[in-house]
Design a protein. Structure first.
Ligand SMILES: *Cc1c(COP(=O)(O)O)cnc(C)c1O
Length: 380
C-alpha cells in the first residue's frame, strides 16, 4: 500500500467554483472570490483586516516590511522552522536571531527569548508549529515590556485557537498559508492578517501588495487614478486560486474533524510506546485548540528514528522528519551558528517522525500504518 504524507480533500464545490471563476472572466486578483475569502476569514476568525497573498512566504515578507526594519536590526524566531520565516527578515536587510524551542511542543521557549533580546531587537516571530499555539501570553508580555512588534507565523495554524482566540489574530500581524501541504489549500496561497488598530498600517499593506501603488484606493473610488507611492511587489493571488480556497474554507470544520479523528487514533496507538520509554508524543497545552495539522513523535535516539522512518518508507508509508534547523543550515553557519547552540532543536531534528495525516484517510490506510509501526517498533 502507498500512503502519501498528505492529500487534498476536494468536494464538488472546488471544481464548480473554478468553472464559475473562469466564466466570470476576471482571473487576475481582487475579484469576487478574493473578496469572499477575505470576508470569510475576517468574520470567522475575528481578524481586523485580511489581505490575501500569493503565499504564506509573501505574507511574512509583507509583515516584516510593515514592521520597518533597518540593517543591524534583529528579529527573534525559532531555528526550528521553514526558511520562509527567516528569509522575510534577511530580504529586508535585518538579522534573524535563532532561539530554542520547548521539547513538549517544539514552540518558542519564552525563557530563551528573554535571554536573546538586545538593544537591536525589533520583533519576534513565533511559529505555531503543527497548528499548536505558542505560549502567546508570555511572548506578548515580553514584547510589550521591550516595545517589540510580534508577527505570528501561523502558516500551519489556520483555524486553531489559543485561549479561545484564533491564531494569527493575537499579535500585530498574522500570516497564513494555503499551500498544498497545509490543512485548507489552494495549491499556493496565503493571507496577511493586520490586527493593529492603526488604519495607516492597513493602507501601507495595501500599497505594498499592489506593486507599491494606491490601486486599492482607486478600486474603491477614493482616487481617480492610481500612482506609484512606495516600494512594493505583486502579492495578490489569482481568482482561480481564491475560488478553490473559498470551497476549502467553507468545508473547514469537516476537514478539521476528519483530521482530528486520525490524530486521536495515532495518539492512542503511540501512548503504549511512550509508556515503554521508546518515544515521546506531542503535548498540547490546555489553552490550545489545535487544527491537527501534524502528528509527530520524538524517538529517544536518532538511530531508532532513522530506522523506523526508513522501514515505514520501504513499506510505502510516507512518514517524514521535519526541519533541518536553520541555525545548522549552510546559511546559519555563515551567520556564525555552531553545533550544540540549540540542543533541544537539534534533538528534535534528529529524532522527530511525522506520520501521514489527511482528511480523506481511509480505515484501511490507517490500519496499515499502525500495523507497520507495530511490526517495525517490535524489531527495535
Ligand atoms: C508552509 C510554511 C511557510 C510558507 O508558506 P508558503 O505558503 O508555502 O509560502 C512559512 N512558515 C511555516 C512555519 C510554514 O509551515
Amino acid at each position: 500500500m502507498n500512503i502519501p504524507s498528505n492529500k487534498p480533500y476536494w468536494t464538488e464545490k472546488e471544481k464548480k467554483n473554478v468553472l464559475d471563476a473562469l466564466e466570470r472572466g476576471q482571473i487576475s486578483g481582487d475579484g469576487y472570490y478574493t473578496e469572499q475569502v477575505s470576508a470569510l476569514i475576517e468574520e470567522n476568525f475575528g481578524a481586523r483586516k485580511v489581505l490575501m497573498t500569493t503565499s504564506g512566504t509573501h505574507a511574512l515578507e509583507m509583515a516584516v516590511m510593515l514592521v520597518g526594519l533597518e540593517p543591524g536590526d534583529e528579529v527573534i524566531m525559532p531555528s526550528f522552522t521553514f526558511s520562509s520565516t527567516a528569509n522575510a527578515v534577511v530580504l529586508n536587510g535585518a538579522t534573524p536571531v535563532f532561539v530554542e524551542v520547548k521539547a513538549e511542543d517544539l514552540n518558542l521557549d519564552p525563557a530563551d527569548i528573554a535571554r536573546k533580546i538586545t538593544a537591536k531587537t525589533k520583533a519576534i516571530i513565533p511559529v505555531h508549529y503543527a497548528g499548536v499555539a505558542c505560549d502567546m501570553d508570555r511572548i506578548m508580555a515580553i514584547a510589550l515590556s521591550h516595545n517589540l512588534k510580534v508577527i505570528e507565523d501561523a502558516a500551519q495554524g489556520v483555524n486553531a485557537k489559543y485561549r479561545g482566540k484564533y491564531l494569527g489574530t493575537i499579535a500585530d500581524f498574522g500570516c497564513y498559508s494555503f499551500h498544498g501541504t497545509k490543512n485548507y489549500i489552494c495549491g499556493e496561497g496565503g493571507a496577511l492578517l493586520v490586527n493593529q488598530e492603526n488604519s495607516q498600517t492597513i493602507e501601507k499593506a495595501e500599497i505594498i501588495r499592489q506593486k507599491g501603488t494606491d490601486r486599492c484606493l482607486f478600486l474603491r473610488g477614493d482616487v481617480s487614478k492610481y500612482n506609484w507611492i512606495d516600494a512594493g511587489s505583486s502579492y495578490s493571488p489569482s481568482e482561480l486560486l481564491m475560488a478553490v480556497l473559498l470551497a476549502q474554507l467553507e468545508n473547514m470544520q469537516e476537514i478539521t474533524k476528519k483530521r482530528e479523528a486520525v490524530y486521536r487514533v495515532y495518539q492512542n496507538a503511540f501512548e503504549p510506546y511512550e509508556k515503554r520509554g521508546i518515544l515521546k508524543t506531542m503535548q498540547i497545552a490546555r489553552e490550545c485548540e489545535p487544527n491537527y495539522h501534524i502528528f509527530w513523535v520524538i524517538f529517544n535516539t536518532q538511530e531508532k528514528r532513522d530506522f523506523v522512518l526508513k522501514e515505514l518508507n520501504r513499506k510505502g508509508v510516507a512518514a517524514s522528519f521535519h526541519y533541518l534547523p536553520l541555525h545548522s543550515s549552510p546559511m546559519g553557519k555563515k551567520m556564525g551558528y555552531k553545533p550544540n547552540d540549540l540542543p533541544v532543536t537539534e534533538k528534535a531534528a534528529k529524532c522527530l517522525l511525522r506520520l501521514p495525516l489527511y482528511a480523506g484517510m481511509t480505515e484501511a490506510e490507517l490500519h496499515y500504518i499502525l500495523q507497520s509501526v507495530e511490526v517495525i517498533i517490535g524489531t527495535l
